[in-house]
Design a protein around this ligand. Sequence first.
Ligand code: UD1
Ligand code: MG
Length: 499
Amino acid sequence: MRGGPALSLNLSRVSATLMKIGCAGGDDVGRAVVLLAAGLGTRMKSKRHKVLHEVLGKPMLLHLLDELDHLACDQRIVVVGQLREQVQALVGDRADIAVQEQQFGTGDAVRAALPVLRTDIDTVVVLYGDAPLIRHETIQALCDAREEAHAAAAVLVAEVRRPTGLGRVVRAADGGVERIVEEKDASPEEKQIRLINTGIYAFRAEDLRRLIPALTPDNAQGEYYLTDVIRLLREAGERVVAVEAEEDEIASVNDRAQLAEVERILRRRICERWMRDGVTIVDPDRTWIGVDVRIGRDTVIWPGTVLQGRTEIGEDCVIGPNARIRDSRVGDGATVEASVVLESDIGSGSSVGPFAYLRPGSRIGERVKIGDFVEVKNSVIGDDTKVSHLAYVGDADIGARTNIACGVITVNYDGERKHRTVVGSDSFIGCNVNLIAPVTVGDGAYVCAGTTVTDDVPEDGFAIGRPRQTTKPNYVRAWKARRRARLAADLGGSGETRE
Ligand code: UD1
Ligand code: MG
């Protein structure tokens, strides 16, 4: 019995070491990332927590968690406070949660994370939930810089045009960081400094455990400043290195204007990535491509295009102008112009639009034409079929090489339930045909224009169902003559003429 626990202890040590090697990319440092997200973000003026606001269709916090998937990291901690249930629901099991009951400053937020911090963690990276553009390469570079310089901490800094509101970095004689001064505590000379603290750091865990409890709130804001840890480290003779980041990577969101600015930066970054990958984007400033979208080579994206969710566009496609495609797949060589496509599939070589609306569950085959003012919903349309204009195809299965002419309507709803329409292959459905579902039209059938189909039409069958036409020769001439005579009689007494 006594041998059991000892053996399992050894094994768990071995597996912990293996995990570190696998996870931390070869060095034996246990690394944690602490994401601060306790502040509400009052300036957003929102019912939603700030980190839940979306940038390119994805909440800011998820951008960070997804980016951290690419970083060797043994523990993630999200510090929550206000509206914590919203943040926790988004985090799920992707990070440990630390609660900061009241927001007494960034130093206090990291204090809240310390009890959750695993004891085998040596390096702590601090990030903000409202700065979603940071790349894992930059975080890695920050950690590497600290280790290579044998420094206590590394601070990500940036030279910015407008440093207002941000902490200014006072350089040390060795080129590192001497201290960080918050705007509200800064002297007029210090306010001139344009090198700012991004709020992203790599610390030795033991320093945080020791120095965070030593912080005091004796500053202009009465807060516990995490930045004071840097000063305390320097006073103890430690080195603190500065790593410079691009301004575009460290932008943070305090209000909706900054949210739009962060989105603009990311939108541009994503467009550039696809352009480097062989996609032509005619006007990147007017193109919105979500982070999880995939696009094949030699596809051309015209302005006004919005590609959302898990959309996949093939090669050699032409998308836009003015197309919105969400959670859909577009095959190679397809065209989608000025249309809305939601949760649908478009086969290779097909063309959609202008002004078509593909609602969820539309599966369009290859070389299909979906023309102007056509709405398709929850329907399968076979290869080489044409629905060229002004039609509604809902809850239908349409075969291959069939022609659905102008004005065809699947009458799928009886006021209570939806019913399916089935049309075979090589069929012809004429203009203004109503297909009253449930109904089936067989392969090779022909339905004449204006027919209301209530009964099934068999294979190779012909259906016509419209009132018989009555033609009256010379009727109009006689009718007009009668009208003229009546008018003349009405005006007879007055001598006036009127038409
Ligand atoms: C902080 C830095 C400043 C830096 C700036 C960069 C300090 C003292 N100052 O200032 O040097 O230039 O970020 O954006 O650190 N938070 C909590 N709990 C709190 C307070 C804040 O979780 O009690 C979180 C917020 O939700 C936010 C982040 O920490 O994600 C930053 O807080 P914020 O109040 O915006 O810090 P700044 O005053 O901007
Ligand atoms: Mg801030």
